[in-house]
Design a binder for this molecule. Structure first.
Ligand code: SF4
Length: 288
């Protein structure tokens, strides 16, 4: 059934996710053949038979791009416009850091505005800060953030190449899910961030980010891996939140498909495996 939301599902994988994908080093299987291989960010994913498309196949000869900042990104073509947008972005951060629009201002330690390139081709949006983020003021620095970093490395990117933010800029107490009125209160900051950064693609991590940006009530399981256009016209790709991947390693196979799809949309060649898999990424992450 087509979605009954403003979503415009314009593209899907040619192949469905692989069959059984066991966690912790067990074999993935497709077409009856054992196809498991270690994934690039610390788990197991399915190998041969995955959807392929130009620019997606990993090539040993292809070096990862150093940066993916766009010449036509947020700064635009003129220095004046560049300065203007940088000033607006700085002013937006200043406003957010003093914000008291919702109850979370009473319990936060730090406002977590976001970090990364201000000329990103890829923006990543999660749900809300956790304890580590609340303490440091930086997004995705806890265990899930470390997995996100490895996921980026797997497609040849560093955190500095992208912009990372959240729907909520302040931590909900005890990491509870965002309340609807908190999302409404905080959403203008996210909207301005996106409009100033102008990413080519937004990776939406998990249910809350997907629902906040796309205005859908569909679950991430049914919507992940498909390009969707927001009501504002932003091009997005929903996928699983790294915290979910830590709890559910078998979902990494689908997340890896989504990452490869994102890389292909941006025309990125995947790095050689030994580059994509630093020693730390070899270890299966444990759940929180
Ligand atoms: S979560 Fe957003 S709206 Fe609420 S106080 Fe923090 S910055 Fe303001």
């Amino acid at each position: 059934m087509p979605p009954a939301t403003p979503l415009e599902m314009s593209r899907t994988y040619e192949a469905s996710p692989v069959g059984p994908v066991a966690s912790g080093g067990a074999a993935a299987r497709e077409g009856g053949a054992a196809l498991a291989r270690p994934d690039a960010f610390g788990g197991v994913l399915a190998g041969g038979g995955l959807a392929t498309r130009p620019g997606v196949e990993r090539s040993a000869a292809a070096a990862p791009p150093a940066v993916i900042a766009s010449d036509a990104g947020v700064i635009g073509q003129s220095d004046q416009l560049s300065v203007f947008r940088a000033d607006l972005f700085g002013a937006l951060r200043t406003r957010a850091e003093a914000c008291r629009r919702c109850r979370l201002c009473e319990t936060r330690q730090r406002v977590v505005f976001g970090e990364g390139s201000t000329r990103p081709r890829l923006m990543i949006i999660g749900e809300a800060p956790g304890a580590a983020e609340d303490a440091t003021g930086l997004p995705f620095v806890g265990e899930a953030g470390q997995l996100l970093t490895r996921m980026l490395v797997a497609i040849g990117l560093s955190r500095a190449d992208v912009y990372i933010g959240n729907v909520l800029k302040c931590r909900p107490p005890a990491n509870r899910p965002p309340a609807p009125d908190e999302v409404v209160a905080c959403r203008p900051y996210l909207r301005e961030q996106i409009e100033l950064l102008r990413p080519e693609l937004i990776l939406l991590l998990g249910n809350h980010a997907t629902r906040a940006v796309l205005g859908t009530d569909r679950g991430i399981t049914s919507i992940r891996g498909r390009l969707a256009t927001s009501p504002e016209g932003w091009r997005t790709l929903p996928t699983y939140h790294p915290a979910y991947l830590l709890r559910t390693p078998r979902a990494k196979a689908e997340a890896w498909l989504d990452l490869k799809f994102a890389a292909s949309i941006l025309g990125l060649a995947l790095p050689p495996r030994d580059v994509a898999r630093p020693a730390a990424a070899e270890q299966e992450p444990t759940g929180p």
